[in-house]
Design a protein around this ligand. Structure first.
Ligand SMILES: [Zn+2]
Length: 427
């Protein structure tokens, strides 16, 4: 069993505690010892990595991931890639996430029925490198809602990244199909989205009967439900129906906030705040100028989301970074931008933003007692970072500053070996 000792590092454990100088010993796939100060742990028989003062922290968890989003600038192009290319694309994106420091990702929907499942299975079988991954279904929507990209003269479901259902029996069939394929979660599009002028963010599309059937079928098999829920009514639907993962949650009114707070141990909110910022500030090269984005409602939504999510954070509701990277204006692996946005828009401290990406991350991965923080006995998902992320969160999205990535005790990104001083193998 291989053992690795990180020495001369600043330990940032992900719990919210202040970092301290120390050493961390990894044996097999677990963190076996954490020591304070220099030279506190034995070096015999282990690979020693001198961090030279770098920060050692838990791997980050992406709470709202779309590996199969293919850098398209519109919704219909998410789906146009042929299946074979799409599989390879998803595999290549998974590898990039891991190397970028995202050692766990929660799938939030894929563009074709089994893309997430086969990617997760290939990672777990060791066929391809990638984060720990929970596979999602396609988005289940209703006719005319977000995800229904069929055209009147081309009514073929293959044009849509979502599956459009009408009524409880079609919902039941769609949910059962994805459960048969082996997903970890079912994704429902409860609200609209400003990307679709005919179904904007404040609108709510799915009937309570349809939602109830989806949740019942999913929970019967021990799986989770996640929802695209921007409107106030859709957020309340999530709480009423026990939908564990709430994406976006932009327009939470007082009633929704009270409901969420009363049930805060049951829910995670992963807003994907980055896409709202990107639509306003970074989408002009693809024809969405700031003026156009304002007309589409993004300025109003960013202001509302900032207020809603700031209140959620104050009320102790778990809000996690990540989400909707994989569009042209939200490039994959820039996901750590969200930590900066959490500070700028949602009133988080840098420490709280990191805690959300790590401690809460282990919880949303359903491994709250072994994943997400750096402590003895826990899984060895670790990042060695050049610098202090608490002083400058942007280094977490700079590949050059991510010196090493370890997942399950194995290096996904090896630290550079510059000299025998930095890398020595003790006898
Ligand atoms: Zn999404």
């Amino acid at each position: 069993m291989s053992s690795v000792l990180f020495t001369n590092v600043r330990v940032l454990d992900g719990t919210g505690a202040q970092p301290y100088p120390g050493e961390v010993l990894v044996q097999g796939n677990r963190i076996s010892r954490v020591g304070r100060g220099p030279r506190s742990l034995p070096t015999a028989g282990v690979t020693v990595i001198d961090g030279a003062g770098a920060t050692l922290m838990p791997g980050m968890v992406e709470a709202h991931t779309h590996f199969s989003w293919n850098d398209a600038a519109n919704l219909s192009d998410l789906q146009r890639l042929p299946l074979e290319e799409h599989v390879l694309w998803s595999a290549s994106v998974a590898k990039r996430y891991l190397e970028a420091g995202w050692t766990s990702c929660v799938g939030a929907a894929c563009a074709k029925p089994r893309l997430d499942v086969v990617t997760r299975n290939a990672i777990n079988q060791g066929l391809i490198p990638g984060p720990r991954y929970l596979a999602a279904s396609q988005e289940i929507t209703v006719v005319g809602g977000l995800g229904d990209e069929t055209l009147p003269h081309l009514p073929f479901p293959e044009f849509s990244f979502g599956v459009a259902v009408t009524g409880t029996e079609e919902m039941r069939r769609a949910v059962r199909m994805f459960l048969k394929y082996g997903v970890d979660s079912i994704k429902l599009n409860l609200s609209g989205d400003n990307f679709m002028p005919s179904a904007p963010a404040g609108t709510t599309w799915m009937s309570d009967e349809e939602v109830a059937v989806a949740v019942k079928e999913t929970k019967m098999r021990g799986k989770r439900v996640a929802a695209h829920a921007r409107s106030g009514e859709s957020i309340k639907q999530c709480v009423r129906h026990g939908i564990e993962i709430i994406y976006h949650a932009s327009f939470a009114d007082e009633e929704a906030l009270d409901l969420l707070e009363a049930n805060r141990d049951k829910h995670f909110v992963a807003p994907g705040i980055g896409i709202l910022v990107a639509m306003l500030d970074h989408a002009a090269p693809w024809g969405i100028t700031r003026q156009k984005a304002v007309e589409m409602g993004y300025e109003i939504e960013l202001a509302a989301a900032s207020e809603s999510l700031r209140k959620m954070h104050k009320r102790g509701i778990r809000v996690l970074p990540g989400g909707d990277y994989g569009f042209a204006f939200t490039p994959h692996c820039q996901n750590a931008r969200d930590l900066e946005f959490f500070v700028r828009y949602l009133g988080f401290t840098p420490m709280e933003a990191i805690r959300s990406a790590t401690l809460y991350g282990g919880q949303i991965m359903m491994r709250p007692n072994e994943l997400g923080t750096l402590r003895e006995g826990w899984l060895a998902d670790l990042l060695l970072i050049d610098g202090d992320p608490l002083a400058n969160l942007s280094i977490l999205r700079d590949a050059k500053r991510i010196l090493a990535v370890m997942k399950d005790g194995q290096f996904a990104k090896m630290p550079e070996i510059e000299s025998s001083r930095a890398w020595e193998r003790a006898a």
